[in-house]
Design a protein around this ligand. Structure first.
Ligand code: PGA
Length: 253
């Protein structure tokens, strides 16, 4: 069976309260499904450690980085290349997260360069798009997301297998205020139409929702929102919550 659902835990600049080793160990009780992949995105220095612990326990976990350089190598102090992430055990990388865009000034052009670097290194990028509350209030969401997608993806050739899209409304991230299932379904429809207009078939890319996803709302979002999984921030630091969100995603709809 093809993997068509994903849960990705974005630890941001945090480590779980009980440490990386215990976090991975606590995932032993997960009811794994061949249809749903669970990935963890720790800060760079912990990717290899988490990968090694999961391998020892034979857990089918995947690993992602939260960012990568737009360059392959060279004099870029403080940067980490996509191929280094792959060497550390990562198979995915989150690109264009709104915290990178807002706090570090990443624009769509840089996001596009990072996407290209990721694909060239054999990583699967998870492209984040999402609007502010101000844009939603003036009914500008469809146009804004179209612009983010076209600018970041234009000129690159992706297949359905080597890219994921995460819709993360900025106002829902870390606020405890998730978008409603209806709202996510409507927005996912706009995103899929934009992708199809860029290239037929691209609308079949896995589309995730992110923004205050918890063990309490995952099942309902899965059923109502027409999404293929979740990008989870705060709740991803707690193994019990990760387990519940993963199982809701794997069995949902
Ligand atoms: P949150 O973060 O789940 O804490 O809202 C989501 C994200 O930033 O990816």
């Amino acid at each position: 069976m093809a993997i068509d659902r994903h849960v990705i835990g974005n630890w941001k600049m945090n480590i779980p309260a009980d440490g990386v080793e215990n976090f991975v160990r606590d995932l032993r009780g997960v009811r794994w499904s061949d249809a749903c992949r669970l990935s963890i995105a720790p800060p760079y220095p912990f990717i290899a450690e988490a990968r090694d612990r999961a391998a020892e326990l034979r857990l089918p976990l995947s690993f992602a980085a939260q960012n990568c350089s737009d360059h392959a190598s060279g004099a870029y102090t403080g940067e980490v290349s996509a191929s280094m992430i792959a060497l550390a055990g990562g198979s995915m990388v989150i690109v264009g997260h709104s915290e990178r865009r807002e706090i570090y000034g990443e624009d769509d052009e840089l996001v596009g360069l990072k996407l290209r670097a990721a694909v060239e290194a054999g990583l699967i990028p998870v492209l984040c798009v999402g609007e502010s509350m101000e844009i939603r209030e003036r009914d500008g969401v469809a146009g804004f997301l179209e612009q983010q997608l076209v600018r970041a993806l234009g000129g690159l050739s992706f297949s359905e297998r080597n890219l994921l899209i995460a819709y993360e409304p900025i106002w829902a991230i870390g606020t405890g205020r998730n978008a409603s299932g209806d709202m996510v379904a409507e927005t996912a429809g706009w995103i899929r139409r934009t992708l199809a207009s860029m290239r037929p078939g691209l609308d079949e890319l896995p589309l995730l929702y992110g923004g205050s996803v918890t063990e309490m709302n995952a099942r309902e979002l899965m059923r109502e929102a027409d999404v293929d999984g979740f990008l989870v921030g705060g709740a991803s630091l707690e193994p019990e919550k990760v387990k519940a969100i993963y199982e809701a995603c794997a069995s949902g709809r």
